[in-house]
Design a protein around this ligand. Structure first.
Ligand code: PEP
Length: 252
């Protein structure tokens, strides 16, 4: 039985003060809703305040990126142990905005994932096709290849600390959502790929989220699908009522 993971990706939104206030408001709204894990992936500078505000609640804190080296001359980057010490338990790796705007490749996604896992962080590994790839009918090949490259060299026992977020790029921040059937089918392709690389057990156990304009209106239908084990939520994670409604859908 896989546990649902509902994770917010705040992107470049909210100051530390706003993050603390948000979590204080959200905590009573999601209290006891423990059929899913609840994670908020916040900007780096918000992590310590967010972790403090989330203490004693069922909200976990994550970051949005991590570098693959432990330290050194990498201006503007951040190391896994810095995130852990600040209070992060999770980190998003390979988000399409990093791939599109900051030159992230499957090779660097793989390195970042390995570094995060080695340090003891849980990884939310994002992958998904762009619009032209879906229109060309090569979505399955694209997500299978990303799954293989992004997880290359990662042992099966580490998969318990990996959540895969299937995020069709054309659905992120656009208001367009994959249909529940498309989400289920493509999450299923990722699961089959995990079975091929690792084992049926690994495929049965790995948590695969859907992300791409998930909101309070469509979450229930998406989460009802067999292969969809949660959501990575951008825009709708910035409002406590909308995010709570998604948590509620995961607790039915
Ligand atoms: C995301 O940032 O991962 C995301 C899915 O964003 P949105 O929900 O706004 O489409």
């Amino acid at each position: 039985m896989r546990k649902t993971v509902i994770a917010g990706n705040w992107k470049m939104n909210m100051t530390p003060k706003a993050a603390g206030a948000f979590i204080s408001e959200l905590a009573p709204m999601v209290k006891g809703k423990d059929k899913c894990d609840i994670v908020l992936c916040v900007p780096f500078v918000d992590i310590a305040t967010a972790a403090e505000a989330a203490k004693g609640t069922n909200i976990k804190i994550g970051a949005q990126n991590v570098h693959f080296e432990q330290k050194g001359a990498f201006t503007g980057e951040i190391a896994a142990d810095m995130l852990l010490e600040a209070g992060a338990e999770y980190v998003i790796v390979g988000h399409s905005e990093r791939r599109q705007y900051f030159g992230e490749t499957d090779t660097t996604v793989n390195l970042r994932t390995k570094a995060a896992l080695a340090a003891g962080l849980k990884v939310i590994l994002c992958l998904g096709e762009v619009k032209d790839q879906r229109l060309s009918g090569i979505t399955d090949e694209v997500v299978a290849m990303q799954t293989k490259l992004d997880l290359a060299g990662i042992p099966e026992e580490d998969l318990k600390n990996v959540v895969i977020a299937y995020e069709p790029v054309w659905a992120i921040g656009t208001g367009l959502t994959a249909t529940p059937e498309q989400a289920d089918e493509t999450c299923g392709v990722i699961r089959k790929t995990i079975a091929a690389i690792y084992s049926k057990k690994a495929a049965d156990e790995i948590v695969i989220q859907y992300g791409g304009s998930m909101n309070d209106g469509n979450a229930a239908e998406l989460l009802a699908k067999t292969n969809v084990d949660g959501g990575l939520i951008g825009g709708a994670s910035l409002k406590t009522d909308k995010f709570t409604a998604i948590v509620d859908a995961a607790n039915k």
